[in-house]
Design a protein around this ligand. Sequence first.
Ligand code: 13P
Length: 250
Amino acid sequence: MARKKIIAGNWKMNKTPSEAKALVELLAPLVQNDDVDVVYCVPAIDIVPVVESVKGSNVAVGAENMYVEESGAYTGEIAPAMLVDAGVKYVIIGHSERREYFKEDDAFLNKKVLKAFEHGLTPILCCGETLEQRESGVTLDWIRLQIKSDMQGVTAEQAASMVIAYEPIWAIGTGKTATADQAEEVCKAIRECIAEIYDTDTAEKIRIQYGGSMNAGNCKELLAKPDIDGGLIGGASLKADFGEIVNYNK
Ligand code: 13P
């Protein structure tokens, strides 16, 4: 069975609650496409108003982060049960910005992945190499290491249901998109890695997104590749262009 494409916006640290509602309203008529799963991953403070605003539509809501404990003295953190209760379905884990600025390492991210599954949240697990790593030829080794470390203890059934986002760090917010062939090479390698850890059935089911300066102009070519099952979109998810990406096949 063909995998359904999944197009997710990562709003990052943008949009106040009232701006968030306005953006959802702007996008509402533009993001209708039954062939695609559409997700808005929004800042924690926007979750409640955005869940309310997308009610009755085809859009699901994701969080950009969560903590690994159930509750308690963790000032400033958000528990998985809070996300679930608020209506969140997806959670981004291991975005390169969190790895870099907040020093989240693979052992910690592995805990987050497991915790997300415990609560029925679908992880969107991010991986990606730096320009230096690409230039020194270690991209595929690095990505495999990230995937294997972050997915320790994940069952085949869980893996089949999750999303991995391949986001080359040098392509994020830079306007320098990976070529469709570069993106496909890594997404294919990720699928092979999943087949190695689990089996081919799991590898055929898991959805792998590309992220990094994806926009209305380059999405068609990227999404035409056999191992690219969607996109994780930053800048272009904050404007009408997102609707064009969601409707890449129209
Ligand atoms: P841009 O689309 O702004 O490059 O961001 C990509 C990204 O980091 C999505 O998570």
